[in-house]
Design a protein around this ligand. Structure first.
Ligand code: GTP
Ligand code: MG
Length: 184
């Protein structure tokens, strides 16, 4: 059985765009959350890349289905744990902090932080792909805040084996390729 590299993350963060860059396989991407509804797969060498549906808000998708998606991802990660070579959690670096603040303001654990903790608890050694960096102005500061929020001590430059600032849309994904290479 092939080892897997699995992309997870909230809806609309750019997982499928990144999947295309990594595999060359065409999948649907879109401006609205909820584009990917079942896992996309592409075999590359002896690695199977898996593009998961996004959790969180999905456009025109019933609430029940939205919650089911997160359960599906959790179950998938648990059941395939031994086959997963690398779990890549993709975030939209341009909106991550604002969304985390909003959840915490409501007294809830932000869903992306919860997912990160879950992947760590499964001992999957997750990698964080901080995507949409082309939209981030104060890059170093924002990355420092993001790693801190996820329980790592800033500066982010001390975590280059764990966090990869990228822009999937413009094809600037070298930091992530480096991490993948180092984990193979
Ligand atoms: N500015 C910018 N936009 C991006 C980047 N990567 C993806 N996008 C855009 O973000 C939107 C969502 O991209 P998708 O790849 O479909 O996102 P997804 O995470 O697969 O979404 P779901 O399948 O709904 O979970 C699209 O409009 C992409 O063009 C990026 O690096 N920068
Ligand atoms: Mg998608």
């Amino acid at each position: 059985m092939s080892k897997q590299i699995v992309l997870v993350g909230r809806s609309n963060v750019g997982k499928s765009t990144l999947f295309k860059q990594l595999t060359g396989k065409w999948v649907k991407v879109g401006r609205r959350p909820g584009v990917t509804v079942s896992p996309g797969r592409a075999q590359k060498g002896n690695i199977l890349y898996v593009d998961m549906p996004g959790y969180g808000y999905m456009h025109r998708v019933p609430k029940k289905v939205q919650e089911g998606t997160k359960d599906f991802i959790v179950r998938y990660m648990e059941e395939n744990r031994d086959e997963i070579l690398l779990a890549i959690q993709v975030i939209d670096a341009a909106s991550f902090l604002e969304i985390a603040d909003r959840w915490e303001g409501k007294g809830e654990v932000p869903v992306e932080i919860e997912m990160w903790e879950f992947l760590k608890d499964l001992e999957l050694n997750p990698v964080l792909a901080a995507n949409k960096m082309d939209r981030v102005i104060n890059q170093d500061q924002v990355l420092d805040w993001i790693v801190e929020r996820l329980g790592m001590e800033p500066p982010w430059t001390g975590w280059t084996g764990v966090i990869a600032p990228i822009s999937a849309k413009t094809g600037q994904i070298e930091p992530l390729r480096k991490i993948i290479q180092s984990r193979l």
